[in-house]
Design a protein around this ligand. Sequence first.
Ligand code: PRP
Ligand code: GUN
Length: 178
Amino acid sequence: MNNDIEEILFDQQQIHEAAVRLGQRITEDYAGQKPLVLSVLKGAYLWTADLIREIDLYVDLEFIKISSYHGGVTSSNEIQLVTDVQSDVKDRDVLILEDIVDTGQSLQFLKDLLKDRGAHSVQVATFLDKKEGRKIEIDADYVGFDVRNEFVVGYGLDYADLYRNLPYVGILKKDIYS
Ligand SMILES: O=P(O)(O)OC[C@H]1O[C@H](OP(=O)(O)OP(=O)(O)O)[C@H](O)[C@@H]1O
Ligand SMILES: Nc1nc2[nH]cnc2c(=O)[nH]1
C-alpha cells in the first residue's frame, strides 16, 4: 500500500501538531459553551478521534454520512445524505469536522441542512483545505493544513474506499487511478 504513494505531504508528527493547535483554539473560542461536534463520515473519523482529544470542553459527538465521490477522483455535483444525525441540532452550536474541503459542495450542503434545522451556529474545522478546488465560495473556520490541488489519500481519505488507514497523507501515484 505504501508503494502506491508518490509523495508524503503530512506525517504523523505534523498531523498531531495540527490537532493540538486547532484543539487549543477551539477550546478558547468555545469557552463556556457545549458544542455539538458533527463528524462527517467516513473521511473525518481519524481527524475526529485526534482533534476531540485536544478540545478541553464538554462536547456532544454526532456523526453524519454524506456521499459526493463515487469511487473516482472527480467530484459529483450530487450530494447524498446517507446516514443522518441522531439528535436535534436546533439551537445548538455545531462544529462540523471534515477531512477535506475541496469543491466546497459537501460543506455547503451540510451548512444549509443544519441552518434549515435551526442550528444556532455552524462552524467548520477541516483537516485539509484544497482552496484551488473550490467551485463554491465557502471557507472553513479552522484549517489543519492547506493542501495543493492533487488527489490525496491517507489519514481517513480514500481512493475507492482504500488507503484510509495510512497514518500520513500523501499524493496517490497517478497510474493507480488512470
Ligand atoms: O468539497 P467537496 O468537493 O465536496 O469534497 C469534500 C468531501 O469529499 C469527501 O467525502 P466523500 O464523498 O468522498 O465520502 P467519504 O468521506 O466517505 O470518503 C470528503 O470527506 C468531504 O466530505
Ligand atoms: N481522498 C480524497 N478525497 C477527496 N475529496 C475531495 N478531495 C479529495 C482528495 O483529494 N482526496
